[in-house]
Design a protein. Structure first.
Length: 276
């Protein structure tokens, strides 16, 4: 297809693409909408993913607002980790935190140029309860955090996000992991009958990503979270589509920890950061 046609953008359909009350000026500043209000195929996909996630995270934001209210505290705080251009943080602020009139969104991102642009857009948008931390998720430290989100944080960054959630005692965690290479690499060295499951590189990559997500969910359960794993959007919107949602309801779960350890021992591989 000629490049010009492939790049063609069309006006967003206000019913299916944009949500009521959603800021068109913000979507233009984020380059999701073009300056004349168009939407190309890539931005439509990204917008859909972020809006799906925003919808799935809304109950956690509502609950955290009510919980903080009950305690007479400020907040809640949502940390978006591996934030990239902070599409998710901006849209959550625009749709929920802005109208609520309280709460903070903190975006953590290692690429300084993305942080600089996002800070500028937040200032221009008057989003004064949005903060940006430049650096790795593993090193990020802040006060109490209620909700952790990580959309397509690369490779082991989703594991860093889990450890961040535990360190900051976040009650709600929403992860959509991205590619996972670490466990596939470990599987290369594993021999035995199960190795047939990941003999070919494509299967090793897929199985490695699957095993990582299964162990991530068990690790969260072992730390007292109730976990649900579903899909984020249709596969036409993203191949990295597994949505791991966790809500903490107890301090720990020894049965889930035993299951984690048994599975890691039987397959001979596990994300290195997820230790007990
Ligand atoms: C695939 S992008 C996704 C960005 C954004 N969450 C989204 O969905 O639009 C992953 C982002 O995570 C950042 N990143 C990867 N590993 C990180 C880490 N350990 N700490 C902080 N940021 C990280 C990358 O720089 C990149 O911007």
């Amino acid at each position: 297809m000629p490049a010009k046609l492939a790049q063609k953008s069309h006006k967003p359909d206000p019913v299916s693409d944009l949500w009521p009350g959603q800021s068109v000026a913000l979507l233009k500043a984020l380059h999701i909408l073009t300056h004349n209000g168009g939407l190309n195929a890539d931005s439509r996909r990204k917008l859909k993913q972020v809006q799906h996630l925003a919808r799935l995270v809304k109950p956690a934001i509502d609950a955290a607002l009510a919980e903080r209210d009950l305690k007479g505290e400020e907040g809640p705080v949502l940390a978006d980790l591996g934030a990239g251009k902070s599409y998710l943080g901006f849209i959550l602020y625009d749709l929920y935190f802005g109208p609520a009139g309280r709460g903070r969104v903190v975006a953590v991102e290692s690429r300084s140029e993305l942080v600089a642009t996002a800070r500028k857009i937040a200032a221009e948008s008057g989003f004064d309860r949005m903060d940006f931390v430049e650096g790795t998720i593993a090193r990020a430290a802040m006060g109490a955090v209620d909700i952790v989100t990580a959309l397509h944080a690369c490779d082991t960054a989703s594991d860093e996000a889990i450890l961040f959630a535990l360190k900051h005692e976040a009650k709600y965690v929403a992860l959509v992991p991205c590619c996972q290479a670490e466990v596939a690499k470990e599987l290369e060295e594993v021999k035995g009958p199960l190795a047939q499951l990941w003999r070919h590189p494509i299967q090793r990559r897929e199985f490695g990503a699957h095993l990582s997500n299964v162990l991530r969910a068990l690790y969260l359960e072992a730390h007292g979270y109730r976990v649900r794993v579903t899909e984020l959007t249709g596969l036409e919107h993203s191949l990295k589509n597994e949505f791991i949602y966790a809500e903490r309801h107890q301090r720990s779960n020894p049965r889930a920890r035993a299951e984690f350890e048994k599975l890691a021992a039987e397959t001979g591989a596990a994300p290195k950061l997820l230790t007990f």
